[in-house]
Design a protein around this ligand. Structure first.
Ligand SMILES: *[C@@H]1O[C@H](CO)[C@@H](O)[C@H](O)[C@H]1NC(C)=O
Ligand SMILES: *[C@@H]1O[C@H](CO)[C@@H](O)[C@H](O)[C@H]1NC(C)=O
Length: 379
């Protein structure tokens, strides 16, 4: 870790300690780590080939959901639902946001970043946004493709992402709680936009151009072909490339482990300081993906491979374990609001007489109390 970066972290942590001393309790923060088209290419979900040591560590201290689902298997609609807690027909984002697709959420929707901002939480987004209009999804600190930044840099260059996170933290007043949304662009396909970088952009920065990334290469013979994919040499080559970009995503999450993991060998000073200043006790961390992996029957399909998602929820003070209850990414807004102690506002959309209500539920009590199985419709 670069010296300047250690200094930024140290100053930030020092300010946290002073805040904790002044208020007697840690402020509450939220970190969303959203992968792009990631499936279950990780030992966390039983893949024995694709190595993700950092996600494994995050999982070891998270509630790992074995039955988490997105409400819609496509990028913008899934992200809009995740950020509003409202399904597509209610938030208005029925299709892709960019270019000719031109979908947007309804102007009157109150999204998570807009709502927490009103309650004094500093909001940041780094990487892929792909939702709009910007008035519905405002962030105080924003480095995304919607702001004209290269999606490769803000979404796949983990060194650049790390620097932006440092900047977000360094510019957040020490007493202010924050919500940071990191939209990795890995492991999305990129053969259609950057064929010179490989089918999954696995060659982007693989020559040392991304200092924080040590690429992991896989032989097509060794990969695990999901049940929904035909076992052909072409599919195996694709999966091997996909795994390599999963390694970039995984090593990107390493940096964020600093917010959560209490005992991580080799991190040294910074981690010790985090523990001492109590930051590990203050940040709720979510890792998930927008939709299934981009293979037949996956992304954009309503089969399991299209809608089932990895979901790790790291709640300070709650140990790691697995949770079989079926949950939805629509539950993340209620979870975040529960964590921050903010209630959902009373308002109406598009002149409808019924007020807008969230259909999802906070996962905090499920995480904290460890209810074993919650069934559909059970209160
Ligand atoms: C990644 O970001 C770092 C830091 O901003 C930069 O120095 C490097 O050139 C970038 N790598 C690539 C491949 O663009
Ligand atoms: C809501 O009602 C107002 C007043 O009648 C009208 O001007 C507006 O267009 C309506 N909005 C929608 C979305 O129907």
């Amino acid at each position: 870790m670069a010296m300047w970066h250690k200094i930024v972290m140290f100053l930030y942590l020092l300010s946290i300690r002073m805040t904790v001393m002044a208020t007697g309790q840690a402020k509450k923060n939220i970190l969303f780590l959203i992968a792009d088209d990631a499936g279950f290419e990780t030992p966390v979900y039983g893949n024995t080939v694709c190595q993700t040591p950092n996600l494994d560590r995050l999982a070891a201290q998270s509630v790992v959901f074995d039955n988490a689902f997105t409400s819609v298997s496509s990028c913008s609609p899934s992200r809009a639902a995740l950020l509003t807690g409202l399904p597509s027909h209610q938030n208005g984002m029925y299709g892709l946001h960019h270019s000719v697709h031109h979908f947007n959420s309804f102007d009157g929707v109150v999204s998570l970043p807009a709502l927490v901002q009103q309650h004094g939480v500093r909001t940041g987004i780094i990487g892929k946004k792909h939702v709009g209009p910007s008035s519905v999804y405002p962030f105080d600190f924003s480095y995304t493709e919607e702001d004209g930044h290269s999606i490769l840099q803000v979404g796949r260059n983990i060194t650049h992402i790390k620097e932006l996170v440092g900047r977000f933290l360094a510019t957040t007043p020490r007493s202010q709680p924050w919500f940071l949304y990191v939209g990795f662009h890995d492991p999305h396909r990129c053969g259609h936009t950057h064929p010179e970088l490989g089918q999954f952009c696995e060659r982007f920065g693989a020559d040392g151009g991304i200092p924080d990334w040590t690429p992991v290469w896989y032989s097509p013979d060794s990969v695990e072909v999901p049940y929904n994919v035909q076992d052909t040499p072409a599919a195996r080559a694709d999966i091997a490339a996909q795994y390599t970009t999963v390694s970039r995503l995984d090593q990107g999450t390493y940096y964020f482990l600093l917010f959560t993991v209490e005992q991580l060998p080799g991190v040294g000073l910074v981690l010790a300081e985090l523990e001492r200043f109590g930051l590990t006790d203050s940040t709720l961390v979510v890792y998930t993906s927008d939709n299934g992996a981009p293979f037949p029957g996956g992304r954009t399909n309503l089969y399991e491979a299209g809608v089932a998602e990895p979901l790790l929820l790291s709640v300070p003070g709650v140990g790691g374990r697995r949770q079989a209850s079926p949950v939805s990414l629509l539950d993340l807004v209620p979870t975040a609001l529960d964590w921050l102690g903010i209630s959902y506002p009373h308002y109406h959309l598009n002149n409808r007489t019924a007020a807008v209500t969230l259909t999802g539920r906070s996962l905090l009590s499920l995480a904290q109390k460890g209810t074993e199985l919650l069934c559909w419709g059970q209160k």
